[in-house]
Design a protein around this ligand. Structure first.
Ligand code: ADP
Ligand code: MG
Length: 471
């Protein structure tokens, strides 16, 4: 199983990996309620997540779930019923964490509009495990995965080439990337146990926080206004110019400035003669245009996709999504031009991060890989749905020193659909294998005692305590 806490949605899925680069996936998706993003306690958010896992199990794995529940309620053993963990779960948690074990990591800071101070510094796996234990779910959080790492792994599974994917990148609510680095190049001190047999390690860059000092990032008055009104001013400055959560808000701020400017005729008409629909434009009083985060980036995709002279589809969307009635053709043209500029700037900035990683890996310059594509897996609604986003990235890559036209042609950017979920399931599987090997290594009486102790410790309702005991 895998669960994926993005910034906007929570996905639960179960995956059968067929072992031949294909898989079968069942999933459910819910929007994370806004009030839970800023809940008083971490427990409120994680209880909601556990409840969703329960609903999913009931709906899609009803037989196994009911059989398990029946056993739990009816079985009488001397030591009581011992919870079984029928499902191993990969937990994709797309916020910065200090990962200290395969299924253990403490939250460094919230991003993407979340703000639950109570959760900072705590082990997010234990928080989820604890809430799932309260509901007696037969599930063990086996691996903690960043969505970028999941995407990288999923891409390597589904499109095996000579050398696998070099980068997994997200352009969804937020943006981030993970790549494979040589251990010898890692300057940061590494603590704890890690496997160094391959000489490589996956690095989660957290590039959303690139250039928070604004030394090189472009900055407009609207970028500044967005940042100042956000829950984390001064942080994630690159992300705030690139990803889905923010592009719509930048656009909204520009539009409001234009709308309020008496010198600019935008979303308003002198009379019906100045409107090609022979009406006058009206903006509904309760239009979400007047509310922070009120303009979803998806309308920018509608604008980019509508290339008809009348812009009929976009104008319909302006009416239904933003309650702008009878927008004139020139209003829609202005909307499209501004949205296009914001989208193009985002794609070009995206190319900066991608290009930097490609150069860092040295794959383009390696004569042994001359005819090999440099493979990149991407996931997230923005890159998936915004028309020509990847084309604009490619155009910008060609302009980067050290890449150029020829280099850009070799960079293959492919959508890893549901990548973060599939990757998390793959990693959970690897983690389960590691557990098994660990248990085999401890074979004999002592080994089985330890294994038993481990599973009974997890019966405990207090997940954090249970996790500590099972260590
Ligand atoms: P998550 O980040 O939670 O994993 P997604 O990858 O679906 O979720 O990204 C959600 C973000 O993508 C939201 O900020 C939303 O505004 C944006 N988005 C959703 N649909 C589209 C679309 N059609 N075009 C552009 N952006 C979109
Ligand atoms: Mg995501």
């Amino acid at each position: 199983m895998a669960v994926d806490l993005g910034g906007t949605n929570f996905r639960v899925c179960s995956i059968r990996l067929n072992g031949d680069s294909t898989f079968n996936l069942t999933f459910s998706k819910v929007a994370i309620p806004k009030e839970l993003m800023v809940a008083e306690t971490a427990q409120e958010l994680f209880a909601f997540l556990a409840e969703e896992v329960k609903n999913f199990l009931k709906k899609h794995h009803g037989n196994q779930f009911e059989a398990y529940t029946r056993r739990r309620l009816t079985m009488s053993a001397p030591g009581g019923f011992r919870d079984e963990h029928i499902f191993r779960m990969g937990f994709t948690f797309s916020f910065p964490v200090q990962q200290i074990g395969i299924n253990k990591g403490t939250l460094i800071r919230w991003t993407k509009g979340f703000d639950i101070p109570d959760a900072v510094g705590r082990d997010v796996c234990a928080l989820l495990q604890s809430e799932m234990n309260k509901l007696h779910l037969p599930v063990k959080v086996a691996a903690l995965v960043n969505d970028t790492v999941g995407t990288l792994v999923a891409r390597s599974y589904t499109s095996p080439g000579k050398s696998g994917a070099v980068l997994g990148a997200i352009f969804g609510t937020g943006t981030n990337g993970a790549y494979v680095e040589k251990l010898s190049k890692i300057k940061k001190p590494l603590s704890g146990d890690y496997d160094n047999s391959t000489g490589e390690m996956v690095m989660n860059t957290e590039w959303g926080s690139f250039d928070n000092q604004l030394n090189v990032l472009p900055s407009t008055s609207w970028d500044k206004a967005l940042d100042e009104a956000s829950v984390n001013p001064g942080i994630q400055m690159y992300e705030k110019r690139v990803s889905g959560m923010f592009l719509g808000e930048i656009l909204r701020l520009v539009l409001i400035d234009m709308f309020k400017n008496p010198k600019i005729s935008f979303f308003k008409d002198e009379d019906s003669n100045s409107n090609d629909w022979r009406s006058t434009t009206n903006v509904g009083e309760n239009s979400s245009l007047f509310k922070q985060w009120g303009l979803d980036t998806s309308i920018m995709s509608v604008a980019a996709a509508d290339n008809t002279p009348e812009l009929g589809t976009l104008r319909q969307e302006l009416e239904s999504a933003l309650h702008v009635y009878a927008p004139a053709q020139d209003d829609a043209q202005a909307f499209k031009a501004i949205a296009g500029a914001i989208g193009r700037r985002a794609a070009r900035l995206a190319a900066v991060a991608i290009g930097a990683i490609v150069l860092q890996t040295g794959k383009l310059a390696d004569p042994g890989l001359k005819d090999e594509p440099v493979d990149i897996g991407v996931d997230g609604s923005l890159v998936e749905h915004y028309p020509y986003f990847r084309d604009m990235i490619h155009e910008a890559l060609a302009a980067v020193d050290g890449i150029g036209e020829e280099g850009a042609k070799r960079i293959r950017i492919g959508i890893a659909k549901d990548g973060s979920g599939v990757g998390a399931a793959l990693i959970a599987l690897v983690a389960a294998g590691m557990e098994e090997r660990h248990e085999q290594a401890n074979a004999g009486l002592l080994g089985s005692v330890r294994t038993d102790a481990k599973s009974s410790a997890l019966v405990n309702d207090d997940g954090e305590k249970a996790a500590a005991e099972s260590d």
